[in-house]
Ligand binder design. Sequence first.
Ligand SMILES: N[C@@H](CCC(=O)N[C@@H](CS)C(=O)NCC(=O)O)C(=O)O
Length: 263
Amino acid sequence: MPLAQMLTLFTNRNQYYLRSFFARILQNLGCCTDILIYYSIQESNLPMSDVVIWTLDWVPEGPRGLVRDLRLRWACEEAGLAYAVRTIQFEGRETNHLGQQPFGQVPFLEDDGIEMFESGACLVHLARKSQALMPIDAAGEAATLQWTFAALNSIEMVTVPWWFLSQCGDPDNGLTGWMTNRLDQLERIFSERDWLAAGRFTIADILMSDVLRIAEVRAFGHRPATEAYVARLTGRQAFKKAHADQIAHYEAADAKRQNGVRQ
Ligand SMILES: N[C@@H](CCC(=O)N[C@@H](CS)C(=O)NCC(=O)O)C(=O)O
């Protein structure tokens, strides 16, 4: 049986990880041609159209381009995963989808019978489907997870409350020193390397750059390496597509609202 066909024994979508793993081993053993072709086809075709990203049907101008469904769209675009976007109603969002997101927020994700919320967790789920988002070797995966949590729990944990207080008219609030310190520490990291984990793009970069791309957050101090990092990440085609699609989604919702139609 040809080697490429042997890999088709891993037919279940949930076995994509094993399939990729064995394909890579065979590839390394010198079975280049057919395995490489097979591998690239499988990588681009995996989880067909089962991924559903849930977001709000409409938001005001302010948060457009910043709603966290963008993180999931971006990951799918990077990995070539097919996805659909579905919506819950903006009015009543506090309670109209508590079964899917207990805090009444978005995004949440459906994938082949799995339902989950929290953008970081959803990204880890998507990353297990594609090496474009996270390496499969143990060290690379560990580094990716470490920086994924750092983006959420060491950086966004400070930036979101800071941003909230500054929006409430208190930009020089008690969190400014804490945030400045964290950003300075990150600047040192970015001046030493282009990517957070494993020497390459991963979901950790999606999260960190999504947190840092809020201009107000970076307005304190001079941090050229951080600026270059954010520009490098937001310059990626997949980000641009995800961003443009989110903006288009809410613009279409405006038009529907004006015509009295709900999504
Ligand atoms: N930790 C959550 C935060 C989700 C979040 O803050 N979602 C915002 C949109 S980006 C939201 O749903 N806001 C509406 C609201 O809180 O009423 C995650 O990362 O998924």
